[in-house]
Design a protein around this ligand. Structure first.
Ligand code: GLU
Length: 416
C-alpha cells in the first residue's frame, strides 16, 4: 500500500482534465473542493455495556446535476481526505453515465469485523439519525460501499423514516427487494463492469473464451465479477483474493466452489486444488485481464511495470495512482477507469430511486437491459473520446464528465 493521499490523487486527475478542457482557474477551484463536509462524533452502546465514540463523515462534493449520491463505507481507513476523493469520483461517475445525480460519500471509521451484528445495527442507526438533516430522497441518497450491504441500507431507511414520521424508501438505494430495492442492484456493479469489459475485448479483438482474468477482492464487486465473467462471458478466472490473500489455478477456478469455501472458512485461501498466493503476486500474474476490486491505491509506480495484463478494469474506486496510469498507458495496457468500469452500481441505484419515487417496479431483465444500454453507450463515448483526443481512457472519461458538470454549473450560474 502506498501512503499517498487519495484526495490529492483526485485533485491531480481533475486538474489534468481541466487543463485539456482549458477551464478557468475559478471553475477548477470549485471542482477540486467539496461543497459540504460533515464530521460526526457519535456514541454507541457496546454489547458489554460500555460507551464508544465513533467518527463518521458525509462529504457532499457537487449537486449541479441533481441530488448528491454515493455510498457509505465502514473501514478503519475511513478519513476526511478519503471521503473527499470518493465523493468527487461519484460526481464524475454520475455525469459520465448520464444519470441526474451529483456526488457524495460517507463512512464510519471502524473495523466492522470486530463489531457484533447488534453493535453494527446501533452504530448504523445512530449514524443515520445524525445524517438525517443532510440526506433525503431529493437531497442526498446514500448506498452501500465497502463493508456495508442491503441490511445496512434497511437500518438507514428505517432510522430516517422514523425521524420524518413516514416511510421513505427513496432515501437510500441498495435496499433489499422486499423494502423497495431493485431487482439486479446487488450484482449491478459487476454486471456493468462485465459490459465494459465485453466491449473492450471486442475493441482489442480478443475473444472472452480465450482470455484469462485475475480478480483482486472477493466482496460484492469482486465475487460477482468473477462469477459473471466466467458464467456469462465464458472467461477463465485464474486467480481471486480477499483481504487474507489469494489463490491461483491456471486451469481456471470454479467460482461457486470458491464462494462456498469462503463461506465455510472465512477466506478464499487454502482451497484444495489451488495454490495460495499473496495479493501482490495476484496483481503481477500472467493474464489477459486484471480486475482490482478491493480497496484503493494498489497499483503504484512500484508495481505498474510488473503488471502483465493487457487490460486493467477498475472494480474498486481509486486502485491506480496517477504515475502508474502513465506507466500502463505507455506500455499499451488499456485501463478502464473506476468512474466508468464500476458505474453500473450507481446506475442501478438510479433505477432503484426512480422505481421508489414512482412506487412501481421493474423486472430483472428490464433492469439488466437498461444497464447494458447505459454501460455500453458510456464505454463507447469514452473510447471514442480517448481515440480522438489521443489520451488514456481515464483522461478521456474525466474530460467528458467534467465538461457535463461544468455545463450544468454554468447554466445554473452563481446565486446568490
Ligand atoms: N458505492 C458505490 C460506488 O462507489 C455505489 C454508489 C451508489 O449506488 O450510490 O459507486
Amino acid at each position: 500500500m502506498s501512503s499517498s493521499n487519495p484526495y490529492q490523487v483526485a485533485v491531480d486527475q481533475v486538474r489534468s482534465a481541466a487543463t485539456a478542457l482549458k477551464l478557468d482557474e475559478g471553475t477548477v477551484n470549485i471542482l477540486v473542493r467539496s461543497r459540504r463536509e460533515l464530521v460526526i462524533n457519535f456514541p454507541v452502546k457496546m454489547d458489554d455495556g460500555s460507551l464508544r465514540v465513533f467518527t463518521g463523515y458525509r462529504v457532499q462534493h457537487n449537486n449541479a446535476r441533481g441530488p448528491y449520491k454515493g455510498g457509505v463505507r465502514y473501514h478503519p481507513s475511513v478519513s476526511l481526505e478519503e471521503m473527499r476523493a470518493l465523493a468527487m469520483w461519484m460526481t464524475w461517475k454520475c455525469a459520465l453515465v448520464g444519470i441526474p445525480f451529483g456526488g457524495a460519500k460517507g463512512g464510519v471509521m471502524c473495523d466492522p469485523k470486530q463489531l457484533s451484528r447488534s453493535e453494527l445495527e446501533r452504530m448504523t442507526r445512530r449514524f443515520a439519525w445524525e445524517l438525517s438533516p443532510v440526506i433525503g430522497p431529493h437531497v442526498d441518497i446514500p448506498a452501500p460501499d465497502a463493508y456495508t450491504n442491503a441490511q445496512t441500507m434497511s437500518w438507514i431507511m428505517d432510522a430516517y423514516s422514523a425521524n420524518v414520521g413516514h416511510s421513505v424508501p427513496a432515501v437510500v438505494t441498495g435496499k433489499p427487494v422486499s423494502l423497495g430495492g431493485s431487482e439486479g442492484r446487488e450484482e449491478a456493479t459487476s454486471r456493468g463492469l462485465m459490459h465494459c469489459l465485453r466491449e473492450a475485448l471486442r475493441y482489442r479483438k480478443l475473444s472472452p473464451q480465450g482470455s484469462t482474468v485475475s480478480v483482486q477482492g472477493f466482496g460484492n464487486v469482486g465475487s460477482n465479477a468473477a462469477r459473471l465473467l466466467r458464467d456469462e462471458l465464458g472467461m477463465k478466472v485464474i486467480a481471486v483474493s480477499d483481504s487474507t490473500g489469494g489463490i491461483y489455478d491456471p486451469s481456471g477456478l470454479d467460482i461457486k466452489k470458491v464462494s462456498e469455501h469462503k463461506e465455510a472458512t472465512g477466506s478464499v485461501r487454502d482451497l484444495p486444488s489451488a495454490t495460495n498466493i499473496t495479493n501482490e503476486e495476484l496483481l503481477e500474474l500472467e493474464c489477459t485481464v486484471l480486475v482490482p476490486a478491493a480497496l484503493g491505491e494498489v497499483i503504484t509506480e512500484h508495481n505498474a511495470d510488473d503488471i502483465k495484463a493487457s487490460l486493467v478494469i477498475e472494480g474498486a474506486n481509486g486502485p491506480t495512482l496517477p504515475e502508474a496510469d502513465r506507466i500502463l498507458y505507455e506500455k499499451g495496457c488499456m485501463l478502464i477507469p473506476d468512474v466508468l468500469a464500476n458505474a453500473g452500481g450507481v446506475t442501478a441505484s438510479y433505477f432503484e430511486w426512480v422505481q421508489d419515487l414512482q412506487y412501481q417496479f421493474w423486472t430483472r431483465s428490464e433492469v439488466n437491459q437498461r444497464l447494458d444500454r447505459t454501460m455500453t453507450s458510456a464505454f463507447g463515448r469514452v473510447l471514442t473520446s480517448s481515440l480522438n483526443e489521443g489520451t488514456d481512457m481515464r483522461t478521456a472519461a474525466y474530460m467528458l464528465a467534467v465538461r457535463e458538470v461544468v455545463t450544468a454549473m454554468e447554466l445554473r450560474g452563481i446565486y446568490p
